[in-house]
Design a protein around this ligand. Structure first.
Ligand code: ES4
Ligand code: ZN
Length: 319
């Protein structure tokens, strides 16, 4: 029996596989700067977060109509079902689309359409977390959140992503306060490339319930103590950390140390089309590298369930 997996750190835009880029380019008559899949794949060598983000935002140019967003999301759900994912809390970056002229509700509507039938079609329950690009103005994020709240679409939470260093969480206090006032769950990328201070700020100024990545928290023992005490989940993405050079090699990854410290660490895929695999691939590689064995693999699966935004009865039903 496959472990019941929960995916808590997955950018839907980061599941755009090279084959689908070419298919959508043809559908929408977009001229790509790459002639072949091999030429595109040759771009997937990253030196840091920004070098990845440049390609990630660029490739999104092929997503034009609501159906494109639906197809992208359904392709992810299909792959996730194969991995044993039973519940996914999915990030969606509105500004990656509005900033290039795609209407907010075209993009959001297309994703929401696919999520609306994820249980009957794929056996996966889902939540939708709208993530704001921290390297764009907080006012723009506020405007988009207000539009979503007025739109009739239901979202479950808000998050913060994109280039981290130089864009501390507290810039988004007003956005997160509005989200909290509307009953939305709150998460933020912090401590990916940025310092432990950004993790403190995400917790104390934005009131986030989970930290996305958070690997640099290990540099600050007082922060580790806080995260352990409050059982604040960290959504860790090993392949991402290695491919974006936050960690040298998988053998250097601190996931086992995090578990040993008592942190509520989970394993997730981030941008699987870019980083070499999905949640099952991440877990298999960690198992091969560290000999996790069935007990620690099961612990990681249980941590994912605990760290989710499901209610207690739904958590119990999963595992
Ligand atoms: C991201 Cl790996 C990562 N970090 C920050 N922002 C992102 N957006 C998509 N992937
Ligand atoms: Zn991420």
């Amino acid at each position: 029996m496959k472990l019941p997996l929960v995916e808590l750190h997955l950018h839907i835009e980061g599941t755009l596989e090279p084959e689908l880029i070419f298919e959508l380019a043809e559908r929408n008559a977009v001229v790509l700067p790459f002639a072949t899949l091999a030429e595109l794949r040759a771009q997937y060598e990253f030196t840091d977060l920004q070098s990845f983000l440049n390609l990630y935002y660029h490739n999104l140019d092929v997503l034009r109509q609501a159906a494109d967003f639906t197809d992208l999301t359904r392709a992810y759900l299909s792959r996730a079902a194969d991995a044993g994912v039973r519940h996914a809390e999915i990030f969606f970056d509105p500004q990656a689309h509005t900033s290039r002229g795609i209407p907010l509700l075209t993009a959001l509507g297309g994703v929401a359409d696919a999520l609306g039938t994820s249980v009957p079609d794929f056996g996966i329950s889902t939540k939708l977390i709208v993530t704001f690009l921290r390297d764009r103005p907080a006012n723009e994020a506020l405007q988009i959140l207000r539009e979503i709240l007025a739109s009739g679409y239901t979202i479950d939470g808000v998050g913060l992503d994109s280039a981290e260093v130089g864009y501390p969480p507290e810039l988004f206090e007003e956005v997160f306060a509005l989200a909290a006032a509307n009953g939305l769950r709150r998460v933020a990328h912090a401590g990916e490339e940025g310092p432990p201070e950004y993790v403190w700020s995400a917790l104390d100024r934005l009131g986030v319930e989970r930290i996305d990545h958070g690997i640099r928290s290990l540099e600050d023992p007082a922060l580790v103590e806080r995260l352990v005490r409050d059982r604040v989940p960290l959504t860790v993405c090993p392949f991402s950390n290695v491919r974006l050079r936050a960690i040298d090699t998988l053998a250097d990854h601190p996931i086992v140390r995090m578990l040993d410290l008592g942190l509520l660490a989970t394993v997730n895929s981030d941008d699987p089309a870019y980083f070499g695999g999905y949640i099952d691939d991440n877990l298999a590689a960690l198992d091969a590298e560290f000999g996790l064995g069935p007990d620690r693999l099961a612990l990681l699966a249980r941590n994912g369930i605990e760290a989710s935004f499901l209610d207690p009865a739904e958590k119990a039903a999963l595992g």
